[in-house]
Design a protein around this ligand. Sequence first.
Ligand SMILES: [Zn+2]
Length: 170
Amino acid sequence: MIGHLASSLELIHPGTLRVLGRAEATLLGLSRFYTGLPCKAGHFAERFASNGQCTRCNAAKARSREHLRGLRDPSHRMFRNTLRRTGMALRGRASPAKALGCNHPELRDYIAARFRPGMTWEKYRQWEVDHVTPLSAARTLGELVELCHHKNLQPLWRRENLVKGGAKSS
Ligand SMILES: [Zn+2]
């Protein structure tokens, strides 16, 4: 039993991976095993004892599922659109991510905290992200970078924003 314990510890320690069959791993009660052979994708990685799947392939699949979920999440679309607009305003003269000064969860929470009555993430596009002080007010690059900061952002109903922008209200 002590011998088995020692081999399981060896497996956990990186760099001391022992070549082990799935059956042996299951016998030892290990969740993972290492065959010493590459998976179909060419990873030299441990496999899950439960299903024999490569742990690296599995992690990549999980990441891509996460990525797809992110693409469908309106708050994530809002973040990407905001970052893209910031990049368009700065035109390579400064880092849009730095100027915005926050990541996706931070911007999501910041904007959600400023929702007007009736605003939800599902209604994104009926409302949009607006600069409280318009970027056009900036006279220098420094001022522009400052106005790009997320503290200058708010959610605004689209119609309100059109009115604010000087377009004819219908
Ligand atoms: Zn793999």
